[in-house]
Write a protein that binds this ligand. Structure first.
Ligand code: PMV
Length: 325
């Protein structure tokens, strides 16, 4: 009863920020994302009568807090079956542990697929997405392939993600620019919770359905400048909400702002590039494939960049045969 899965991380074009239901992780609004080819997690799960307790190893380390979250998720899987056995979980990211890149989407997607499969369940993509969402909201978007929509839903059964375009539908690249490797002082969980009392949230929520409709149209018609403009303004809106929360959350570092400014300059020079930023200081640059070389060249001399990772749209979570133990 052992299974291994690999799952990508994803970056949202239209973002999930705030929850209708805290415990079930039902978001305030739907969101749209793409899976990232070069940021992924591989996880092996084994249920065995030989084990006398659960054990969780992530990137060769046993972290109690992370381990507890993993075991809570395994308990959800145990609940779906009659399995009473303990488990061994080994998980590895293909990016450095302290790179400042959130790995909860890829790790909970991989854990959901490997865990449910090791438990003998044969869940549909929709069921896997719902289960992954309970572990970490954005993980539900790392289950389906390519460009993905997470339907906000009103209940747990109606809040799941599905593929809207395959990975090869459109040749865009996403360059993750790492400017800080430190963990942030205000977690994403706290950020979501603080939206509940933010006066600007009702205005944001009222516009989300229209934004989702627009972004899907721009992707469908491959209208890069309109798409990029909307993605960038959406990221700034999330940060406007964060900045006006109580206490205010400033996720950016000086290098984040330098790169935002550089993007504006590059556009004035005629290079079509746009940025998006999640709840942290690292920044993702989006361009068409033909412009990647030019863009990475321009990033070379920017002070404060620790690493850049070029991604293309990828498939979602997959079972693989090579186990980690
Ligand atoms: O899934 P969580 O709880 O880590 O929240 C993710 C929130 C953002 O990354 C900021 C936006 C998104 O839609 O991924």
């Amino acid at each position: 009863m052992k299974a291994t899965a690999i799952a990508p991380s994803n970056i949202a074009f239209i973002k999930y920020w705030g929850k209708k239901d805290e415990k079930l992780r039902i978001p305030e609004n739907g969101s749209i994302s793409v899976n990232l080819s070069n940021l992924n997690t591989t996880t092996t799960v084994e249920f065995s009568s030989q084990l006398i307790h659960d054990s969780v190893t992530i990137n060769d380390m046993m972290d109690r807090k992370q381990g507890e979250r993993v075991i809570t998720h395994l308990n959800r899987i145990r609940k779906l079956t009659n399995i009473k056995l303990y488990t061994r979980v080994v998980s590895k990211n293909n990016f450095p542990a302290s790179s400042g890149l959130a790995s909860s989407a890829s790790s909970f997607a991989a854990l959901t697929l490997a865990g449910s499969s090791a438990a003998g369940l044969n869940l549909s993509e929709k069921e896997l997405s719902i289960l992954a969402r309970l572990g970490s909201g954005s993980a539900c978007r790392s289950i389906p392939d390519g460009y993905v929509e997470w339907l906000d839903g009103k209940t747990s059964e109606t809040s799941y993600a599905l593929s809207i375009f395959p990975p090869d539908y459109w040749d865009i690249n996403i360059i993750v620019v790492v400017v800080s490797e430190e963990s942030k002082d205000i977690s994403t969980t706290e950020g979501h919770a603080l939206t509940a009392k933010n006066h600007f949230m009702p205005i944001r929520i009222a516009m989300m359905n229209e934004k989702i409709k627009q972004i899907k149209k721009f992707i469908k018609e491959k209208k890069f400048p309109q798409f990029g403009d909307l993605v960038e303004k959406e990221a700034l809106e999330l940060h406007a909400i964060a900045l006006t929360s109580n206490p205010p959350i400033i996720y950016w570092q000086p290098a984040t702002v330098s790169i935002m400014k550089l993007v504006q300059t590059l556009r004035k020079e005629g290079l079509a590039v746009y940025f998006t930023i999640d709840a942290g200081p690292n920044i993702c640059l989006i361009c068409e494939k033909k412009n990647v070389k030019k863009l990475t060249g321009r990033l070379k001399n920017i002070y404060g960049i620790k690493n850049t990772i070029v991604n293309y749209p990828s498939v979602g979570a997959r079972l693989i045969k090579r186990h980690l133990f």
